[in-house]
Design a protein around this ligand. Structure first.
Ligand code: NBP
Length: 479
């Protein structure tokens, strides 16, 4: 046995992660793929890497030093279960199986429980940063047991991205905590991308600026509070010109956004946990709306404004949009951390929210300067009930909200869709509201379903005899 770590699954993510591992001092990497040609190809292409190519699970296990540690990077779902089954035949108690695929966290909880019974450790690990991250340094979100972190920690620290001197990896929490946090990362990513898209759309429609001019605006924004990978690549995409037509590429791309599902998982999980992550959910729905051409054929059928608005002062409008984007982004992150906190409480994980923000500063798609502020907010107050109530964010929201309201109002009046700008504002005002019409909802629920209500002036649970004499009775709370 000569390899200290192994990788199973050598498609783009697995081979890049294997190369990343092999490039770090002291690592020898056993590699295995179901189809042998990928293994042979990787070895042939990278003679410089310390690989031990293997062609059976037995050979793979025999090449690993004990405790054996293998990272699985195969298609999430049945592929992962198939590989775990094979590895369990050749691994021994104390060995570690890491699933680096995009697994649904509930699958990870199930797998961890089943694998633990064999004495082998199972770690579900979120990996963010795409192909380039896997090769040069991803943000890593491992869950699993404390015991496996002892062996895994140093290896993962050596391959992770580095942000401000710190490797972007932490032991997030037990069993499915890592995949849960990765899922929420992706949900936040959906919202972040959508608010950027809404900003671009509003600027373009209201100022008539070209995509290249708007690229300059995003490049400028990338030097301030909004500095982030997504703002940076937005400028690149907007500047791209199509070689065939000489038009901006963004005008040639079909306007139907795809999705691989992790944003939807985040929204579903938020609903299951009762967390109002409306910005993230709206971002998921915005993609689904875009992808239904048969429904969108209602263009010109449904009445409404002409989706036109001309900004009187283009520069001032652009600045208002920047502030609206910033405020909506704060809401999306606040909602995302809310989901993590609720998930941790529900599943019994201890998750340090400030550290989660810190390990997202490098390697991953939502890496941003902004995340430092989140780490600081939780360092000051670890049990902050709503992230955006931290002083820094409160001040940012105070400074941006007039612009935010103006932009949402303009978008609504002009018929320009801005689902995340506007739903984030509604959420924000919902939190601020002293009293909500939820009281009326309770009245309605009591009317048709005898669901009872509480009173503001005394304890207890009450029901009005709506179909009787409409007097109130104290009810036994069965909920
Ligand atoms: P794919 O998701 O395309 O999966 C292809 C790999 O899965 C190949 O190695 C294939 O082996 C293997 N595989 C399958 Br399919 N079924 C298998 C089975 N029953 N037994 C053994 N191996 C099986 O690869 P990827 O795009 O490199 O992604 C790998 C994982 O990383 C996925 O879970 C993905 O969601 C996750 N991820 C991807 C990104 C990204 O940016 N792409 C980012 C973060 C995480 P074969 O060669 O024999 O067919």
């Amino acid at each position: 046995a000569t390899a200290n770590i192994g990788v199973v699954g050598l498609a783009v993510m697995g081979s890049n992660l294997a190369r990343n591992l092999a490039s770090r001092e002291g690592n020898t990497v056993a590699i295995f793929n179901r189809s042998h040609d990928k293994t042979e190809h990787l070895v042939a292409e990278h003679p410089e890497a310390e690989f031990v190519p293997t062609f059976s699970y037995e050979e793979f296990a025999a090449s690993l030093t004990v405790p054996r540690t293998a990272i699985i990077m195969v298609k999430a779902g049945a592929g992962t279960d198939a590989v775990i089954e094979e590895l369990l035949k050749v691994f021994e108690p104390g060995d570690i199986i890491v699933d680096g695929g995009n697994a649904l966290f509930t699958d990870t909880i199930r797998r961890e429980k089943a694998v633990r019974e064999t004495g082998v450790n199972f770690v579900g690990m979120g990996v963010s940063g795409g192909e380039e991250g896997a090769l040069l340094g991803p943000s890593l979100m491992p869950g699993g047991s404390d015991e496996s972190w002892v062996t895994l920690g140093p290896i993962l620290r050596s391959i992770a991205a580095v942000a401000e001197g710190e490797p972007c990896v932490t032991h997030v929490g037990h069993d499915g905590a890592g995949h849960f946090v990765k899922m929420v990362h992706n949900g936040i990513e959906y919202a972040d991308m959508q608010v950027i898209a809404e900003a671009y759309d509003l600027i373009r429609r209201a100022t008539g600026k070209t995509p290249a001019e708007i690229a300059d605006i995003f490049a400028e924004w990338n030097t301030g509070d909004l500095e982030s990978y997504l703002i940076e690549i937005t400028a690149e995409v907007l500047r791209q010109v199509d070689a065939d037509t000489d038009k901006p590429l963004v005008d040639i791309i079909v306007d139907q956004a795809g999705a691989k599902g992790t944003g939807g998982w985040t929204a579903q999980t938020a609903i299951d946990l009762g967390v109002p992550a409306s910005g993230i959910a709206e971002a998921v729905f915005a993609r689904s709306l875009s992808s239904h051409p048969e429904q969108r054929a209602t263009t010109g059928v449904l009445p409404g404004p002409a989706e036109e608005f001309t900004a009187f002062d283009a520069d001032a409008f652009v600045e208002q949009v920047r502030l609206a984007l910033y405020a909506s982004k704060i809401v999306a992150y606040s909602q995302g951390f809310d989901i993590i906190r609720a998930g941790a409480a529900h599943y019994g994980w201890t998750i340090d929210l400030g550290t989660v923000a810190a390990i997202w500063r490098g390697g991953c798609i939502i890496r941003a300067r902004f995340l430092n502020r989140i780490t600081e907010a939780y360092a000051e107050s670890a049990d902050l009930p709503v992230l955006m109530t931290a002083p820094f964010f409160r001040e940012a929201l105070a400074a941006s909200q007039d612009a935010w309201r103006a932009i949402v109002a303009t978008a609504a009046a002009s018929g320009i869709p801005s689902p995340v700008f506007s739903s984030s504002l509604a959420y924000y005002d919902g939190l601020r509201a002293g009293r909500l019409p939820a009281a009326l909802i309770q009245g309605q629920r009591d009317f048709f379903g005898a669901h009872t209500y509480k009173r503001v002036d005394k304890d207890g649970t009450f029901h009005t005899l709506w179909s009787g004499d409409r007097s109130e009775v104290e009810a036994v709370d069965t909920h």
